[in-house]
Design a protein around this ligand. Structure first.
Ligand code: AMP
Ligand code: GLY
Length: 423
């Protein structure tokens, strides 16, 4: 079959690399892709938010399965439009993508489904939000812009004064987008370690993937500003089989039921950001797509045919699949970033050492912010590469990943040195 992957990050390179290993995939495209997807597949210069352009390409090219990576095209209704054109797609409908597209909606669905999550209140007027928070006892708060804000719309506040300032930034200054900041969620601050639960769901059947853990802060020891994710490892020992069972029972199954009851069934991959608190697992957020960089170590360990899994999901036939097979060895992904990330950063620096790193066994260098220029791979984003390795244990996987990362360099390129130490 012909497959189209939509997006241009490390997640999309990992999806394309894994999908291409399927004997059923004869041709694989990525729109718009990066230098890595150009090396492993065929790039198509269509932006990931160009719904009409993507549907037109899929129709004309006779694409058998479109796999949508990022949240933006999902919330724009790309999957709905592909299906209207009679094409198969992996990902949720526009209505179901609201679980990520609106934090207010997401919290309401959680409340309705009795899913363990931080206590919250939603507001549409900033004066009311500030008035309400001022009436509360002084304690930490989390202020969240309702809409998509490229992962930046969550503000941790130590007290109510900071919460009032955060409310102002989101709802008055609209720092995170005019639409995204029209409403907010004010949440209790939870404490604990986080893990990323990803499950493939076709509205009836739920197939959890092996659990991964992300590293959101920029610097070693979980310090510095928040980022899109500086590295990940899989599996995450934090989530034991018993806890996973609990999450399935108290989070995933109830959400699937509620979405069905509302006649907006969830189909695609549901990502539950979980915090392990003293009161057990609590949901911090839902995403309606694969995590980045979690996908890189997760897919590195998947032995089953991903194309068949995603196709079965698109067709509503997950119940016909054999259980997924996993490499028992853990995987570690180290993100290499451009100088200045997560702030502003330069682009166009030539990356050296990619060939040497590719020669190491059990290593795959996934590209994120890269581009081909005059036959060289150059930087084109903040998170540039996801150097991923398997090892007999987590320490061996970590050693291998850093061995590969240390062969790669460009002007100002850097990475955290402690990815997977928490495991
Ligand atoms: P979100 O986009 O909702 O996952 O938020 C991004 C990050 O903010 C999470 O990964 C957590 O580290 C943190 N966060 C979100 N909500 C809370 C909360 N209620 N308590 C503590 N930390 C939170
Ligand atoms: N790694 C966090 C995310 O994909 O949202």
């Amino acid at each position: 079959m012909k497959v189209l992957v939509v997006g241009q990050g490390g997640r999309e390179h990992a999806l394309l690399w894994k999908l291409k290993q399927s004997p059923s995939v004869e041709k694989i495209y990525c729109a718009p892709g990066n230098a890595g997807t150009e090396l492993d597949g065929i790039n198509v210069p269509i932006a990931d938010n160009d719904v009409r352009g993507l549907v037109k390409f899929a129709r004309e090219e006779g694409i058998d399965l479109t796999v949508v990576g990022p949240e933006v095209p999902l919330t724009l209704g790309l999957v709905d439009e592909l299906e209207k054109a009679g094409l198969k797609a992996f990902g949720p409908s526009k209505a179901a993508a609201m679980l990520e597209g609106s934090k207010v909606f997401s919290k309401q669905i959680m409340e309705m489904s009795n899913v363990p999550t931080a206590a919250f209140k939603a507001f549409e007027h900033f004066e009311r939000a500030q008035y309400w928070v001022n009436e509360q006892t002084d304690r930490p708060w989390v202020v969240k812009a309702d809409g998509l804000a490229a992962g930046k719309g969550v503000l941790m506040c130590a007290n109510k004064k900071e919460a009032c300032e955060a409310i102002h930034r989101v709802m008055v200054t609209r720092e995170f987008g005019v639409e995204a900041g029209a409403n907010i969620v004010l949440e209790e601050c939870l404490v604990g370690e986080e893990a990323s639960i990803l499950a493939i769901i076709d509205g009836k059947t739920i197939i959890p993937l092996e659990v991964a853990q992300d590293h959101k802060r920029a610097h070693d020891g979980d310090t510095g500003p928040n980022t899109g994710g500086m590295g990940a490892y899989c599996p995450a020992p934090l989530i034991t089989p018993d806890i996973m069972d609990d999450i399935l029972r108290r989070v995933l199954i109830p959400i699937v039921h509620t979405m069905n009851m509302r006649e907006t069934p969830f189909k695609g991959v549901l990502y539950a950001g979980i915090m392990m608190t003293a009161d057990g697992p609590q949901v911090l957020e839902f995403n309606v797509r694969f995590g980045d960089p979690e996908t890189q170590p997760v897919l590195m360990r998947l032995k089953s045919d991903l194309a068949q899994v995603l196709l079965a999901c698109a067709e509503g036939k997950l119940d016909t699949l054999e259980p997924l097979e996993w490499d028992p060895r853990p995987a570690v992904c180290v993100v290499m970033a451009a100088k200045g990330y997560p702030g502003s950063y330069p682009k166009g620096d030539v990356i050296s050492g990619l060939d040497a790193a590719a020669k190491l066994s059990d290593v795959k260098v996934f590209h994120a912010g890269t581009q081909m220029k005059n036959r060289s791979v150059v930087t084109n984003g903040g998170r540039v590469l996801g150097v991923t390795a398997l090892g007999d244990d987590i320490a061996a996987a970590k050693r291998r990943a850093y061995e590969a990362a240390d062969l790669i360099s460009w002007n100002g390129g850097w990475c955290r040195r402690d990815i997977s130490d928490k495991a």
